[in-house]
Design a protein around this ligand. Structure first.
Ligand code: GLA
Length: 387
């Protein structure tokens, strides 16, 4: 799959700019497996880079202009490397501009030509935007001779998302894209930013069942949830007998003993994040001893907490998770990422892929009278330069 995307981005570059690209980079999307909305609360997440990603091909330009052609969208934007500015109509291009603006490029005399393509299903919550940011970052860093450590690259990509796309995301998507490893999950502590990978075993895999739902106001909902978590952390800082700088510092016992004056919604939002932090850490432990059933159970619990406490699910995702709970070969299922639509991630053994897919599709069709796209997502290696 990577090879196909690589070939497409190269030949599109050749067609459009009549030359070979100097650099081609690749960055995968990600699935979030346990730990939902915990990253910006200094918490823990288990995630994986997937075997679907974005390629960016670049070469320097003779003057300060930049031209970026998106193969899949058949759209092109131009801007000056000295002043990449946000434009609402540009959408995808704002991620490229943001990264170009924020990279510490010493002299901005020369811009670049670029083509972009990928095979991450859009709207499925698989972080195609982070993949675009990271792939752009790697390609441009190489083109401009910059040495940038992975964590710094993740931060630049995150800032691009904050400042150029208006979403106050955490670092999960960018870190997952950069630190992926084949057949392994990524465990990140978002306070220390320590990242380790955990073996999943070759026979275990994931599928994404697309709900086909994309909430129109998803970015606003995301920022609103983040603000609710931050004010809940301030509440606990004033009441707990220990230091609290983020919900990471609040235990389930603290919630029970000090949470009484929180309003009902803030209480549920905090309960979700606090529970998710525990589940991500427990997940890491049970996976370490190979207890896949226990791991899957944590995924189902995570979804239940999204549905009831964080209210970032939707009926279509709930139906998919409920259907998965009734399929013995589906070991665990939950929403993945921001929520409010997107895909349902299901843990299963590779040999059961066809059976589980059919059962989920049947359940979805009988409830909604339409098809639900299902794609296998194998935990895969992280971002890299291809040439
Ligand atoms: C989105 C954000 C991430 C993270 C998840 C929820 O994917 O970009 O930073 O907050 O939602 O866990």
């Amino acid at each position: 799959m990577k090879e196909k995307v690589h070939n497409t981005v190269r030949s599109a570059f050749l067609d459009r700019f009549r030359q070979e690209p100097r650099v081609v980079s690749y960055a995968p999307g990600r699935i979030e497996v346990l730990g939902n909305h915990t990253d910006y609360n200094d918490g823990f997440v288990l995630s994986a880079a997937i075997d679907h990603g974005t390629c960016v091909a670049v070469s320097g330009s003779a003057d300060g202009s930049c031209t970026v052609y998106a193969v899949d969208l058949e759209r092109e934007v131009t801007f000056e490397i000295a002043a990449p500015s946000v434009s609402e109509s540009d959408g995808w291009a704002n991620y490229v501009k943001g990264v170009a603006a924020l990279l510490p490029i010493p002299s901005r005399d020369h811009g670049f030509h670029a083509t972009v393509t990928g095979d991450i299903p859009r709207g499925a919550g698989l972080s195609s935007s982070a993949a675009l940011e990271v792939a752009t970052g790697l390609a441009l860093a190489n083109l401009y001779g910059l040495t940038i450590a992975p964590l710094e690259m993740a931060r630049i990509a995150q800032r691009a998302e904050h400042e150029y796309a208006g979403v106050r995301c955490g670092l999960l998507d960018q870190i997952s894209s950069l630190y992926g490893a084949e057949h392994r999950l990524i465990m990140t502590d978002f306070r220390s930013l320590a990242v380790e990978t955990v073996d999943l075993g070759e026979d275990l895999t994931f599928l994404i069942a697309e709900s086909g739902v994309r909430h129109a106001l998803v970015d606003g909902e995301y920022n609103e949830r983040r603000a609710a978590c931050e004010s809940a952390a301030t509440y606990f800082a004033e009441r707990c007998d220990h230091a609290v700088s983020a919900l990471r510092d609040v235990s389930e016992l603290d919630l029970e003993t000090c949470g009484g004056d929180l309003d009902a919604i803030a209480y549920r939002r905090a309960a979700h994040v606090i529970g998710e932090n525990r589940r991500a850490q427990e997940g890491r432990q049970v996976l370490g001893r190979g207890d896949v059933q226990a791991f899957g159970a944590l995924m189902f619990q995570s979804h239940e907490s999204s549905r009831l406490n964080f209210e970032n699910s939707c009926p279509e995702l709930d139906l998919l998770v409920e259907a998965a709970a009734g399929i013995p070969e589906a070991l665990g299922a939950r929403l993945s990422g921001g929520g409010f639509g997107g895909g349902c991630v299901v843990l299963l053994r590779h040999e059961h892929l066809a059976a589980v897919s059919t059962a989920l599709q049947d359940a979805f069709r009988s409830a909604y009278g339409r098809e639900c796209a299902i794609i296998e997502m194998r935990p895969s290696a992280g971002a890299e330069l291809l040439s």
